[in-house]
Design a protein around this ligand. Structure first.
Ligand code: TNX
Length: 552
């Protein structure tokens, strides 16, 4: 009787309350499967608690940190995920109980979905475990399931990363005012229904060039937050270039001490101490973002040569460089000390980096003859492999011999690239960063105040409308590890300018990396993206009000 009374009261409430302002499918990146239930909207109230399994505690704490400022609610985090609660985060290797997805259909068949986001027929929901359940283990470490009913919200995943992505989805389903830093009066409604979601590609990233202009730790942490919102899971830091060396290396202290004090335009530069770098790495790790450090070799090394002229060809100390030309510098490939330098640097950087990757650069070494370049890269790859890390490099590495697991980051503008396709046949995997699609330093339009245009103008539709799975001729989708959007900073000097170049293009790239191809739809994406404008405004994030997007 009590249950009946509660249900009746709830229905009466539903009749009175307006629907949640956000629709369940209004998430960026688009979830794999969405099944709205408009009768099951949930409203977060001051008495809510977050219940979580012990291993998910840190995700629950972060969710509370996101929701407390605007709601002003205490949102205590407590154990006991099995008890009834309002916001429940559950880590489970076991099959999930049947939920709204499964009730209407036999196990293993496609369920009804949001008409706007049809099920990807080629990629059915993962092995339904037993009678009508979805196995979270089938969602991988990053997948999650989110169920919203009038009584509460439950996020279920096999690992903390999945819980984290599910919590980010929940954050997006609340009204935009949730992004405010101080309490506001609002009905904190969440649209009812279920989402089952997991990434298309394992590697989804962005690169920040901290070498052309230096960005302090706090700025980098904020960029990590931006990545994590959109389920990007890698931050590539371009740590070294002609204009500055940004990471302290104990065995070669002048690299940062001398090479770190310059930047484009003559500003003071700067560098990360090893403690600073560790702080970035652990802040990112808490947000399920892996840092990929890049030491660019053999070119883009003027700052290192200023610090250690013995590494320069001819041992001639070059002057510090604060311009924006590329391709003139290189470490001396004929001197054995160069390889000791490479070994020491990659050794220290590897030791500071828990993630599996170490990026060797390799781009634009125009002054090094092709066979010398190849031999240098092969030695450098071996030195990286000896640290236990997997080699990543710009696609100029392609002609060099394969080394276990190596990954090429393709930044070309023409998808016919036989050299890269050949490296893939020899075992390389690819990160796609097509210059004319995802280079975030390109201008949006002719009148964009900062940025380049050598790869063209890139507004949001251009960043969104391509397919990483088919972009390169002769490269199968299985060889594609994922996508990354690089931000070079020759013309970018402040955090606000970084954000201006990231938003709204970064979410477009995030969707290419995360969402199944079947959800790809420019008309729908621009609508979903538009709803994020008020979120960015509420969060104090600078963005370009692109005419491609129907902002509210
Ligand atoms: C090319 S892309 C570069 C960078 C520049 C960028 C400017 C790549 C691997 N190298 O050195 O900053 O163009 O867009």
């Amino acid at each position: 009787a009590a249950e009946l009374a509660r249900t009746a009261a709830r229905s009466a409430g539903d009749l009175l309350a307006p629907p949640a302002p956000t629709r369940l499918g209004d998430v960026v990146p688009a979830p794999e499967r969405v099944q709205p239930d408009p009768a099951a909207d949930f409203t977060l109230t001051a008495d809510a608690a977050i219940r979580v399994s012990p291993a998910g505690r840190d995700v629950a704490e972060q969710l509370a940190e996101w929701l407390r400022p605007a709601t002003g609610f205490p949102l205590p985090v407590t154990d006991a995920p099995d008890a009834d609660g309002v916001l429940v985060l559950t880590l489970s290797e076991a099959p999930l109980a049947a939920g709204p997805f499964d009730a209407a259909r036999p196990a293993g068949t496609a369920g009804p979905v949001d008409a706007a986001r049809p099920l990807d027929a080629a990629r059915p929901a993962e092995p339904t475990a037993g009678e009508g359940g979805v196995g979270v283990d089938g969602l991988g470490a990053e997948g999650y399931r989110l169920d919203v009913t009038a009584a509460g919200v439950r996020v279920t995943a096999a690992a903390p990363a999945g819980l984290f992505h599910g919590a980010q989805t929940l954050r997006q389903l609340l009204p935009a005012a949730i992004e405010r830093a101080a309490p506001v009066t609002e009905r904190w409604a969440v649209p009812g229904g279920s989402i089952v979601d997991r990434p298309r590609f394992p590697y989804r990233g962005a690169m920040l060039d901290v070498a052309r202009h230096f960005f302090p730790v706090e700025d980098v942490l904020r960029v990590v937050d931006h990545l994590a919102r959109y389920k990007l899971n890698h931050l590539h830091l371009h740590l070294t270039d002609d204009q500055g060396w940004r990471i302290a290396v104990d065995s070669w202290p002048r690299l940062a001490g001398v090479g770190g004090i310059t930047e484009v335009g003559g500003g003071p530069g700067g560098f990360y101490t090893q403690a600073d770098y560790r702080r970035i790495v652990s802040y990112a790790a808490r947000r399920h973002v892996t840092v990929v450090p890049e030491i660019d070799l053999p070119g883009h090394t003027n700052a290192a040569l200023v610090a250690y002229p013995d590494l320069a060809p001819g041992k001639v100390p070059p002057p510090p460089y604060t311009g924006t030309e590329v391709g003139f510098s290189y470490v001396d490939p004929a001197d054995e000390r160069t390889y000791a330098f490479v070994a020491d640097v990659v050794g220290e950087v590897a030791a500071l980096t828990p993630g599996p990757w170490l990026h060797l650069g390799g781009d634009e070494a125009f002054k090094v003859p092709a066979d010398t370049y190849r031999a240098f890269i092969e030695r450098a790859q071996t030195l990286v492999a000896a640290t236990g890390k997997t080699v990543v490099g710009w696609h100029q590495l392609a002609p060099a011999g394969h080394v276990d697991g190596r990954v090429l980051q393709w930044w070309g503008t023409n998808g016919d690239d036989p050299e890269t396709a050949d490296a893939v046949r020899r075992g390389a995997r690819l990160i796609l960063s097509p210059g004319n699609r995802v280079y975030l330093d390109m201008k949006y339009a002719v009148d964009t105040p900062i940025g380049h245009d050598w790869a063209g103008l890139i507004d949001v539709q251009r960043a969104y409308d391509w397919d990483p799975g088919t972009h390169l001729t002769g490269v199968p989708a299985e060889a594609v590890l994922g996508v990354e959007a690089p931000l070079w900073t020759e013309s970018v000097t402040t955090l606000a300018e970084v954000e201006f170049m990231l938003f709204p293009r970064l979410p477009a790239v995030a969707e290419l990396g995360w969402s199944p191809r079947s959800t790809h739809d420019w008309a729908g994406f621009r609508q979903r993206l538009a709803a994020h404008g008020p979120r960015w405004t509420a969060a104090g994030i600078t963005f370009h009000p692109s005419p491609d997007v129907p902002w509210p």
